[in-house]
Design a protein around this ligand. Structure first.
Ligand SMILES: [Zn+2]
Length: 411
């Protein structure tokens, strides 16, 4: 084993430096460049070996064995700069708040749909879904009693199933973000929390996910295949409340984006407080001649109020309304500015599951279309960070339905 390990380290160093090693072995792990392309050292950032931990092919179990480092995440696209004359890709992000694998098996359903439809997504995990109810006293929510929560604690079988889905989702290339913990809204909720209170909420969420093995006693389960302290780079606040105080907490934690902003126009994103702001968006709502927010809860509120099980005779119409709103939002930018489409949902069964069906239909309808990329929020951030800021400024000047002068976007 030791010999293998040593070889792995040499290979990793050769890759990192991109040149001949001191013994004159071939570059890049023995692969001699066969193409006439310029040396990768000219256009690809070469991490300094001393500054970057090298992957030696060994699984590194972290902490109590709840998480592990298994190498860079599989199935990730390489962000590419737009070329002259090129039209921007149409990004579509499907995102899921909570991410519990419950009795409805919605996490596994959409994870499989993602694989089948070429869609990678963002799962905003509620950290509490990795904490058993018997250990609820470990949770100290801001402005609430110890162990309190606005969502139900998961059952032990659901915690196990959720851990399994998280593991598979990450291996499929999906992103695991955070929906924080107790889902407190309105009075004493996230909208009233200070930055320090948000920091505490975030730290606790990370702690639950990185210590589930100790807290649950599920010693026979494999570790999550990622280092959550590094993979976690974005979140969505429950009820989309409290972004102002939350942003500095996220920035301090090294986040790259926040997806908590409600109801903004469907335009190319900007940064807020130094991180990308990926809002839910106002989409055309054809059936009501108005605009509606790109989230299941807002369709529910507009259709059956706060009744989660409205009149079943209306389900077909409501489902069609939701689907058509998402598709209208898609078509507007797909044939227009190409601004990313951001969609948020919970795993729920409201009004007979019509909002889940609407999302499934939209995913099947759009993700394989020409130029469309159904991706995670982090992958959108990667792409934006790879672009010329001047190009992004031009894109931001476009109205949602207004195509750019694509032949002259990048010169
Ligand atoms: Zn939520």
């Amino acid at each position: 084993m030791t010999g293998l390990l040593a070889v792995g380290v040499v290979v990793a160093l050769a890759l990192a430096t991109g040149g001949l090693d001191s013994q004159g072995r071939p570059t890049a792990a023995g692969t001699t460049p066969a193409s006439p392309e310029p040396s990768p050292t000219n256009d690809a950032p070469t991490p300094a070996p001393s500054a970057t931990p090298t992957w030696d092919g060994q699984v590194k179990v972290l902490g109590d064995g709840s998480t592990s480092y298994t190498g860079p995440q599989p199935k990730q696209p390489t962000p590419e700069k737009l070329k002259p004359g090129e039209k921007p890709p149409q990004f579509v992000v499907f995102s899921w708040d909570g991410a519990l694998e419950g009795d409805e098996h919605l996490f596994s359903r959409f994870r499989k749909l993602g694989v089948e439809n070429n869609a990678q997504m963002t799962f905003f995990l509620s950290g509490l879904y990795t904490l058993p109810k018997s250990k609820r006293a470990l949770y100290h929510p801001p402005q609430h009693d110890v162990g309190a929560a606005s969502i139900d604690f998961a059952t032990d079988p659901h915690i196990k199933d959720t851990l399994e889905q998280l593991r598979l989702a990450w291996l499929d290339g999906n992103e695991i973000g955070t929906h924080f913990n107790g889902h407190f809204c309105k009075a004493k909720g996230g909208g009233e929390w200070s930055t320090d209170e948000w920091k505490s909420e975030l730290d606790q969420s990370i702690s639950f996910v990185t210590n589930w093995k100790t807290n649950t006693g599920f010693k026979d389960l494999p570790p999550l295949p990622f280092d959550y302290t590094k993979e976690l780079v974005g979140g969505r606040a429950p009820c989309l409340e409290g972004q102002k105080a939350l942003l500095p907490a996220e920035k301090a934690a090294g986040f790259r984006y926040d997806a908590s902003s409600p109801g903004e126009f469907q335009v190319w994103p900007v940064k807020k407080e130094g991180i990308w702001n990926f809002p839910l968006q106002m989409l055309p709502f054809p059936a009501r001649s108005t605009q509606g927010l790109s989230m299941d809860y807002n369709f529910l509120a507009g259709q059956s109020g706060d009744n989660l099980n409205g009149d079943p005779r209306k389900y077909d119409v409501w489902e069609k309304e939701a689907r058509e709103s998402y598709l209208a939002g898609f078509e507007r930018v797909y044939n227009g500015s190409r601004a990313p489409l951001f969609i948020g949902n919970h795993f729920e069964n409201w009004n007979g599951g019509i909002y889940m069906q609407a999302i499934e239909d939209v995913m099947k309808s759009v993700c394989k279309r020409d130029g469309v990329r159904c991706v995670s929020f982090r992958q959108v951030a990667d792409w934006l960070d790879a672009q010329d800021p001047k190009v992004l400024d031009k894109l931001r000047a476009l109205d949602p339905g207004q195509p750019g002068d694509w032949s002259r976007l990048v010169k």
